[in-house]
Design a protein around this ligand. Sequence first.
Ligand code: AOF
Ligand code: ZN
Length: 347
Amino acid sequence: MQLALQEACKGRHQTWKNPLVGAVIVKDNHVLATGYHHHFGERHAERDAISKLTPEQLFNSTLYVTLEPCNHFGKQPPCSQLIVNKHIKRVVIAQIDPHKLVTGKGIAALKENGIQVATGILANEARKLNEHYTYFYETNQPWITVKQAISLDHKVAVRTNQRTKITNDLVYQKVHSERADYQAIVIGSSTAIIDNPSLLTNVHTDYSPIRIVLDRRGRLLKHLDLKLFTDQKAQTWIFTENKSLSSHPFNNKFVHCFFSKNDSIGAMINELKNQELQSIYVEGGPTLEKSFLDNYLVNELITYIAPDLLGANGVSAVSPSSFHHFSDVKIDKLNNNVRIDERKQNV
Ligand code: AOF
Ligand code: ZN
């Protein structure tokens, strides 16, 4: 199962909404084949491993797989049926699939066909491998991480309306790669206007995270030349409570505007849930972060701290209305900057 977990990791950043899954086929104490889920929509890990062997090799073999085999027709046909057809004798599973279409059904189908099934082997490691996927299907909520970059005196800019480079180049690289672990990146309209960010990632992915701007009042109407609206490098979604902005013709298939009467955050979360997008990286600014915290939507807070003091004119970092406890704190150094990663609960 350890090897199956390693195989699964080979698909990192390529499977988008689908889980990372690895499989290993063993017979007479020999590993005969390994496989993994390569790309979103393509064949599943079990089928990848099975495709490498002959019917004789597969007969009476044992399949180790990090996630319960599926038993439904999605973009791919059911793996359970393939396992039965190939006369595999035993299936060892790490994690039971939390996906509502699959959970328990794959195992039931295997057992009904006389296949021996063992579950729970390295289950925690497998859950960790797909922690956003697991959280999303277990709770019906996306995993939400707030990221902030602050000075030692808890400021995010030297003064209002001025972009300030606070953290070092290593942090810059780290943030650009960290974005690839999420399916959506969210900012407020002030950050969009002041920073004019691209919100792209430096990791090769088949699907870039969707860039989302929350613009309740429709301030973006005066800033339609921002990179997010013109670069055509990834999808950009706007959530607004302003009718003029929501009906503006963008004439650009990368930009979509969603109208909501009130509660742009709620509308955004609902849209992501409808599309089964499982994770959100909130990149500021402090006002938007405060809304997420005050609504108790934050699962994880990542704080990058630079050793400088920005002074009394600086813009303060987020301070929510009430107390928030974070556990499971991890601290790393990136040269002279510090990264603190803390969570409210583990998957
Ligand atoms: C994967 N890769 O290796 C396994 C998956 O739309 P489909 O047909 O690709 O089905 C996706 C679901 O199939 C996925 O959410 C999970 O429940 C199950 N197993 N999916 O993408 C795999 N084994
Ligand atoms: Zn499958």
